[in-house]
Write a protein that binds this ligand. Structure first.
Ligand code: SF4
Length: 448
């Protein structure tokens, strides 16, 4: 009874939380179509990759992944292979796939996830490839979402970005800022709460400009949205990312302090500590602006954990500029940082700059930066030793099943031995005393 076998899909997602949330929507539309998830690409009828073009060598890595899929198509000519995400928004990538990867049947983008079922049907019926990717368009609301976690959920509040930081490809591939209507967002969060979700992360490339694209008479802002989400019964924790420092208003800081469900954590990408480099990056703030924000945040929310993104080796960065970055890391004392060596993204302004930093120098700076970041992170974690923290239990640790993991409101991962009869702890809030602060994690014990 071959016809009764459920069709299977295999989905691989790369990149940021936004991409992973798009992955949940892709899974949602496929499962609504009757597909079930396959554990491996070999057993799937449809294989989809959701790509990211932000990271280093992303294009080459994509072609590597596509090459690995070729034998699958040879073994199973009926297999449909599709590629979506930021990469497919780049004309050069589309042209290469069309010419050199004839076994790729489908390209799609963030704006037509809702059409995936109909595109798959069309390919099955006609046997032809569909490689047109719509540019900017209306985001389809109300897509079914196959959530990865029953108690944590991502909720997109704003799409796109207007900022054009000179190193970043996002505005070119995700289009201009477009906020979702607050009533839609609140409806989604109420439904999530009713389904048992405890923690929501509000997502956008720049959540701080939420609502500013609405007509004047309907203007609202991210602080108002946080206040509204804070009233949703059943939701215990609210997180959000990403925040652009230039748009972090006093009103928002006040709201973060006042809304008791908003967690004491802010991811605030600094990117570089030198004013010269910040200007070249088109970030529109100075190191002093950033330090002033940190002061305001800490005076309103003393226990706030601050994390950041840092790039070393931006074109024109000299040793003195890099020292400014190290200095900022020490001055702010970040709880953690994502650190990157700059790599040019074709199509961005910075990629055209001629004074690129040699690779070896970039790596040398990166290692030196990581060392300082790690010292700061460990010091911040050690300061928590002896304190009692409320964690949201995420379940057994992936590495050691007998140890459980949970997150503090400051977003730090705490590992602890569960009390006897720990079944049912996952998704619950629990108090733990921090026994030891390490560089990346905390060790804790459950408080009776
Ligand atoms: S704010 Fe800058 S770095 Fe962030 S998505 Fe927009 S352009 Fe890229």
């Amino acid at each position: 009874m071959e016809n009764c076998r459920k069709q299977k899909y295999f989905l691989q997602v790369f990149g940021c939380q936004m991409n992973f949330h798009d992955g949940e929507k892709i899974a949602g539309v496929l499962e609504k179509m009757g597909y079930v998830r396959a554990d491996t690409p070999e057993e799937a009828d449809v294989v989809l990759l959701n790509t990211c073009c932000v990271r280093e060598n992303a294009e080459n890595r994509l072609y590597g992944h596509l090459g690995n899929l070729k034998p699958l198509k040879i073994n199973n000519p009926e297999l449909i292979i599709g590629v979506g995400g930021c990469m497919t928004q780049l004309p050069t990538v589309r042209a290469t796939i069309e010419a050199d990867y004839p076994y790729i049947d489908l390209l799609f983008g963030a704006f037509n996830i809702h059409q995936i079922p109909e595109l798959i049907m069309k390919i099955r019926e006609t046997g032809s490839r569909i490689l047109d990717v719509p540019g900017e368009g209306e985001m389809e609301e109300d897509l079914p979402v196959k959530r990865e976690s029953p108690f944590q959920a991502w909720v997109t509040v704003i799409y796109g970005c207007n900022n054009f930081c000179t190193y970043c490809i996002v505005p070119y591939v995700r289009g201009r800022e477009k906020s979702r209507r607050p009533e839609k967002i609140l409806m989604e969060i109420r439904e999530l709460a009713a389904a048992g979700v405890k923690e929501v992360t509000l997502l956008g490339q720049n959540v701080n400009s939420y609502g500013l694209d609405f007509p004047v008479e309907e203007r609202t802002d991210f602080a108002d949205l946080l206040a509204a989400v804070n009233t949703v019964d059943g939701i215990a924790r609210i997180r959000f990312q990403t925040s652009h420092p230039k748009d972090l208003s006093d009103k928002l800081i006040r709201q973060m302090a006042e809304a008791e469900k908003v967690c004491e954590h802010l991811h605030l990408p600094l990117q570089a500590g030198s004013d010269k480099i910040l200007k070249l990056m088109n970030r529109k703030y100075t190191r002093d602006d950033y330090l002033r924000l940190v002061d305001k945040l800490r005076s309103r929310i003393p226990e706030i954990a601050l994390t950041t993104d840092l790039i070393v080796g931006f074109p024109g960065e000299e040793e003195a500029d890099f020292q400014d970055t190290l200095d900022m890391v020490k001055k702010v004392g970040f709880d953690a940082a994502f650190t990157f060596a700059y790599s040019p993204r074709v199509g961005t302004q910075a990629a055209k700059l001629t004074n690129q930093v040699p690779e070896a120098e970039k790596m040398d700076r990166l290692y030196r930066l990581i060392e300082v970041v790690n010292q700061q992170a460990k010091a911040a974690n050690r300061r928590l030793e002896g304190t009692v923290q409320t964690i949201l239990v995420e379940g057994p640790s992936p590495k050691k099943k007998e140890i459980y993991a949970g997150r503090t409101r400051g977003n730090k991962l705490v590992l602890f031995a569960p009390p006897a009869g720990a079944a049912g702890l996952t998704g619950k809030e629990l108090n733990v005393r921090i026994r030891k602060g390490l560089t990346y994690t905390l060790q804790g014990e459950v408080v009776e």
